[in-house]
Unconditional design. Structure first.
Length: 158
């Protein structure tokens, strides 16, 4: 995650006035080409900035998420993270979750891609468990301890 003082990919590079979606698409193609990045964030927010304004945390987190590249936003939309933000905000838990997440250094030099994949799968599993009020199950015969077969093969992240 972006830390205070770390370089940002950049602010919008300009574009066609009156056509913000075109400007965003052209900015994205420039960033992908120039910096060789498929996933990035151009939001003005860092976790520190978001936490510094707790009354607007949910809105600022949505703005931060909207600053991700289109490939990252597709993932965010698929898993309905905006709904999770709303739930956490209503339960007065959003600040603590963002605070905890902001304290973790998720840079690829710290957490290898394979571990990040496991982390992502575990987060999705946890969101699904909470949504369904119980653990996920595939077909009954391939489960020895109530976990899906995917989680029997991979290390569980706590």
């Amino acid at each position: 995650m972006e830390k205070e003082g770390s370089p940002q990919v950049g602010r919008p590079l300009g574009g066609s006035a009156g056509y913000p979606e075109c400007a965003k698409a052209s900015n994205e193609s420039v960033i992908v080409h120039m910096f060789k990045l498929n996933f990035f964030n151009t939001s003005e927010f860092t976790f520190s900035k978001m936490l510094g304004d707790p009354d607007k945390l949910a809105a600022n987190l949505r703005n931060y998420m909207a600053g991700f590249s289109s490939k990252a936003r597709k993932i965010i939309e698929k898993f309905k993270f905006e709904e999770e933000i709303e739930k956490l905000d209503e339960a007065n838990r959003l600040f603590e979750v963002v605070k905890q997440l902001g304290a973790v250094d998720l840079h690829p030099k710290v957490i290898p891609n394979i571990a990040m994949g496991y982390l992502f799968e575990d987060l999705v599993r946890r969101f699904n468990e909470q949504a369904n009020e119980g653990p996920l199950h595939s077909s009954g015969s391939d489960q020895a301890d109530g976990e899906s077969s995917v989680h029997q093969r991979r290390p569980r992240l706590s």
